[in-house]
Design a protein. Structure first.
Length: 127
């Protein structure tokens, strides 16, 4: 099996669509497309389960960093039901990227995310 498949790439693309959704309806739809009903997201700052809690974590990130977008850095590395990738939170105004991390996702048979384990590689002081 190749190190990186369309299935992994599609799941990561949906993940970023959810993290970059701009309105409540778009966010609700993007989370539902990316995650299973009982999907989880765990990083040093959050440990949530289910679409409503996932959407709340994403909304909180946008409130803390208005005008920023999540961008993939590097490539997606995947095998079986697992993929890993790195990302940055980039200012759309000046390109600054104060936050960066790496995530490992697990997929169900349909390619939807069942779990995310996130690691923060770069965080601004005081965040």
């Amino acid at each position: 099996m190749p190190a990186n498949t369309d299935r992994h790439m599609t799941a990561v693309a949906r993940y970023f669509e959810a993290w970059n959704a701009t309105g409540p309806e778009e966010l609700t739809n993007a989370v539902a497309a990316a995650w299973t009903e009982d999907g989880t997201y765990t990083d040093p700052l959050a440990d949530v389960r289910g679409h409503a809690q996932l959407a709340a974590v994403i909304s909180a990130a946008h409130e803390q960093f208005p005008g920023f977008a999540f961008r993939l850095t590097g490539s997606v590395d995947g095998h079986h039901d697992t993929a890993r990738f790195s990302w940055e939170l980039v200012s759309e105004a000046d390109g600054a990227a104060p936050v960066a991390g790496s995530d490992v996702i697990t997929l169900d048979a349909e390619g939807r995310i069942t779990s995310v384990l996130g690691f923060l590689d770069r965080v601004p002081a005081g965040a």
